[in-house]
Structures are given as structure tokens and as C-alpha cells.
Design a protein around this ligand. Structure first.
Ligand code: PEP
Ligand code: MG
Length: 286
């Protein structure tokens, strides 16, 4: 808040579950969500439900060894497989939503069935707790299938947030932490940009909004392109807040839109990065 943040775009709730011997209780979670929301003084907060598996294992939630953990039990799949874990978290979020502007977001959603099942659980917990408080529902767009199907997902959710770390990894089939491949796994690859454009198009057609999270949102070269693609919100690392806000303010929207169209037609991430970003004032690219 002191650095100019206008809310929390991605509360990675894993921090509540890690480095401990058992899952946090509903009361513990409620207390922490409520405490964070209090500091925000009415600004919105997106709580992402537990996103473990693959890269983020938990000692008390042993997941069977998998050949391809990044293609296995991860994100929402874990919550649907262990419903009590997810239901406890949803109750805590619902309780915290009574006195705060909260949004809930499900990670790694790949199919319509998954989001419908998660929403079903939320509706049941609402009924069980009797809590009527408003709670917008969103999904992370981290799988190419979800970007391509954004128009269909838009019938199910209030908002989207593109998880650019995983979307890049799954689009290029390059492990985001791989020592040799990670440098090539650049979110500025035009394939990733086209999927973001497709997400925005599908979402806006149904009146839904799209945020961007993951490392790309804090990349000063990416920011004007994301704005130009029609992104509605940027969720950035805390130290980057002032510089990203300054970056957005320095650009004319029409320039960002022209730049984004240029970026979409590039062959490579290097080509996108080589594009010149004009400052304020309208520049004709043609
Ligand atoms: C992402 O994948 O871009 C994201 C924000 O989620 P995480 O980095 O926690 O996987
Ligand atoms: Mg992710």
C-alpha cells in the first residue's frame, strides 16, 4: 500500500501451508486473510487457493511419485482430489469476505469441468456457512487450453488472471526452472502473446476482466505490450510497483495498442524485445 499498490492481485496462499506438520485450520486461515485484508482498507484482494504439487510439495500431503509432476496432480487438481483441504480453505475465505473485498481464484484450471466442480464446492460451503457476502470467482490462465477456451470459461467466472510463468512453460513445453531451457522460456514469445490476446478477446466479449500475474507483469518491456493487448490489471512483485506504474503512465494507450499489434506479428521473443517503445505522443508505426 505504501508503494502505491491498489490491491493484492495474487495472494499465493501456499505460504500458509508450507513449513509445518499439518494443514492450517479454518480459524487460522480466516485470521490471516482477515488481517491482510484489514491492512488493505477496502482495496481488493485475490486469494489464490492452494497451488501445490509438482514444484511445491507439502510434507503432510504426500503425493505419489509421478513421471511428469508438472502434468500431474497440481493446483486445482489437488483440491478436487482432496476436497476437505479445499473446502476448509473456501470456508475461511468466505468468512473473511464478510468484512473485506475478496476474490477467490483457482489455479491451473484446464477444463470447464474443473471450474464447475470447484464452484460447486464453493456454493455448498456458502450454503453450509450461510454466508451471503460477495465473492468474485476467477481462474488462472496457465494452460494453453484455458486461453483458447476463454470465451467458454467466461460464462463460468467473473475474471481471469494469466499466470505467465506457467503459461509460458506449458506453451513452449519448457520447464520454467530448467537451467538450460529457462532462458529461452521467454513470456515475450509471440505464441504466449497470442494466447494472452485470445484470453482478453474471449473475456471481454463476455464482459469479464483480465489481469496478468507472474514475472511478465513486472517486466518493463512487457508492460506496454500487455496494456496494448487490452489487459485490465497488472499484479506485480512488491518492489516493482512504483516502476510499473510509472511505465504505464509514461505511455499513450494508442501507442501501446500499436506496439501490441506489432508484437503479435513477430517471429521470435527477441523480435518482440527489439521493438521500439515510444513514450507519450502518438507514433504511426506503419
Ligand atoms: C504463474 O504461473 O505465472 C503464477 C503466477 O503462479 P506461480 O508462479 O505461483 O506458479
Ligand atoms: Mg503458476
Amino acid at each position: 500500500v505504501q508503494l502505491g499498490g491498489e490491491g493484492v492481485g495474487l495472494l499465493r496462499s501456499e505460504f500458509l501451508y508450507m513449513d509445518r506438520a499439518s494443514a492450517p485450520t479454518e480459524d487460522e486461515q480466516f485470521a490471516i486473510y482477515a488481517a491482510i485484508a484489514k491492512v488493505l482498507e477496502g482495496r481488493p484482494m485475490i486469494i489464490r487457493t492452494l497451488d501445490v504439487g509438482g514444484d511445491k510439495p507439502l510434507s503432510y500431503l504426500p503425493l505419489p511419485r509421478e513421471e511428469n509432476p508438472f502434468l500431474g496432480m497440481r493446483g486445482i487438481r489437488v483440491g478436487l482430489d482432496r476436497p476437505e483441504l479445499l473446502r476448509t480453505q473456501l470456508r475461511a475465505i468466505l468468512r473473511a469476505a464478510v468484512d473485506a473485498r475478496l476474490r477467490v481464484m483457482f489455479p491451473m484450471v484446464a477444463t470447464l469441468e474443473e471450474i464447475r466442480a470447484a464452484k460447486g464446492m464453493l456454493a455448498e460451503e456458502r450454503e453450509r456457512t450461510g454466508i451471503q457476502a460477495a465473492l468474485e470467482i476467477g481462474i488462472m490462465v496457465e494452460v494453453p487450453a484455458t486461453a483458447v477456451m476463454a470465451a467458454q470459461f467466461a460464462h463460468e467466472v467473473d475474471f481471469f488472471s494469466v499466470g505467465t510463468n506457467d503459461l509460458t512453460q506449458y506453451t513452449l513445453a519448457m520447464d520454467r526452472g530448467h537451467p538450460k531451457l529457462a532462458p529461452q522460456a521467454d513470456a515475450m514469445n509471440p505464441a504466449v502473446l497470442r494466447l494472452i490476446a485470445q484470453t482478453v478477446e474471449g473475456a471481454h466479449a463476455e464482459g469479464r476482466w483480465v489481469g496478468i500475474c507472474g514475472g511478465m507483469a513486472s517486466d518493463p518491456q512487457a508492460v506496454p505490450i500487455l496494456v496494448g493487448l487490452g489487459d485490465d490489471e497488472l499484479s506485480v512483485s512488491v518492489p516493482s510497483i512504483p516502476s510499473v506504474k510509472a511505465e504505464v503512465r509514461a505511455r499513450a494507450l494508442a501507442n501501446c495498442q500499436a506496439l501490441a499489434q506489432q508484437a503479435l506479428t513477430q517471429d521470435t521473443a527477441a523480435g518482440v524485445r527489439a521493438l521500439h517503445v515510444p513514450e507519450a505522443g502518438i507514433v504511426d508505426y506503419r
